[in-house]
Design a binder for this molecule. Structure first.
Ligand SMILES: Nc1ncnc2c1ncn2[C@@H]1O[C@H](COP(=O)(O)OP(=O)(O)OP(=O)(O)O)[C@@H](O)[C@H]1O
Ligand SMILES: [Mg+2]
Length: 325
């Protein structure tokens, strides 16, 4: 399995960097490149095929490690060949996967990812079978070491306890509020400090209202510092307490080749930025650059690439409307 461009082994990369614990999904991504996604019934020949680590929290953890942070991943797989491969692949990316729960008799999740010639993807995910729900096997005592924790909604029992413990310990948290059951989003959003939705996640969380109102509703559920929604090449709409209306952080303009995982990388980069003590606008800009590079190259950038893109943004867009004095 290749995550691509691995340099340095477990624990080597980002030894002194800020620590981010990523909790949730890890899957084997089977990626097929096609010219056109045909409507069914159809038969399509793939131009290329690859197998790699996927899953929101796992991709985010790899992004943290590539960007110079120390990444810890907590998730669950089966004690099967696919589970072993995922653990090795995470470790070869410099992610501490010692908290990965490998359950006897469970089946490891996997995804079929179909990417068309403009880089847009369709994903079918099999979420595995008999994966344990009880998070008590996780080394929760390590939470106090983290500069930020990031959870996705695919292991809600773990996300709940991690968010609660992080809040008690004063450790900042962020959530990848992706497409999920409504009750899971309602349960978890109030428990995090930074709820960053995918478009569909926000529609499920706040059905029938415009995104601006959805974000305002999310902020009202708890002591959140940020509610945001990522909108692909249209950027990110975000709202913090005290702002009258959401602001838009534009995307960095790139030619996308594969948008798979751009959101995951965005979230990992955001959590790292928070762990490093960056301010909110700075963290959103950092995360946007990481997401854009992932969409452009189809692989997760390193810190130097990201810094270069940030430095090249000469025409820094106005982020907030300033009132006249
Ligand atoms: N084509 C693109 N060009 C520039 N930036 C992009 C592009 N696609 C994504 N991004 C950046 O990454 C962020 C997250 O992307 P997106 O909204 O597509 O995530 P998503 O819907 O959660 O998808 P996934 O989780 O499958 O990656 C965007 O807000 C943007 O900053
Ligand atoms: Mg996403």
């Amino acid at each position: 399995m290749s995550g691509g461009g691995v340099s340095g082994g477990a624990g080597v990369k980002g030894q002194g960097g800020a620590l981010v614990i990523c909790v949730g999904q890890v899957v084997t991504d089977h990626t097929f490149r096609v010219d056109e996604v045909e409507p069914p019934p159809s038969k399509t020949t793939a131009r290329a095929y690859s197998m790699s680590v996927g899953g929101m929290a796992a991709n985010a953890a790899i992004a943290v490690a590539r960007l110079g942070g120390r990444a810890v991943f907590w998730g669950r797989v089966g004690r099967d060949e696919a589970g072993e491969e995922l653990r090795h692949a995470l470790e070869s990316e410099g992610v501490d996967a010692s908290g990965l729960v490998m359950a006897e008799g469970a089946r490891t999740p996997l995804s079929a990812v179909i990417v068309d010639k403009v880089g847009e993807r369709s994903i079918v995910t099999y979420r595995g079978e008999r994966l344990p729900t009880d998070p008590s096997a996780l080394p929760l005592d390590r939470l106090s070491e983290a500069g930020c924790v990031l959870c996705d909604p695919r292991w809600p029992e773990a996300a709940e306890v991690v968010f609660r413990r992080a809040r008690e310990a004063g450790v900042p948290s962020a959530m990848d509020a992706e497409k999920s059951e409504e009750r899971i989003l309602r349960q978890l959003v109030p428990l995090t400090d930074h709820a960053i939705f995918a478009k569909t996640g926000l529609t499920i969380f706040a059905p029938g209202v415009p995104p601006e109102e959805g974000l305002a509703r999310a902020l009202r559920t708890g002591p959140l510092k940020l509610a945001a929604v990522t909108l692909g090449e249209k950027g990110t709409l975000w709202l913090s307490p005290g702002m009258e209306a959401p602001a838009r952080r534009p995307a960095f303009p790139v030619d996308a080749t594969n948008t798979t995982g751009a959101g995951d990388v965005f979230h990992g980069a955001f959590a790292l930025a928070i762990a490093e003590g960056q301010g909110m606008e700075e963290a959103l800009r950092f995360a946007s650059a990481a997401g854009a590079l992932r969409a452009r190259d189809g692989r997760t950038p390193d810190r130097a690439m990201l810094e270069e893109l940030l430095a090249g943004e000469t025409d820094v867009p106005p982020i907030r409307v300033r009132r006249k004095a």
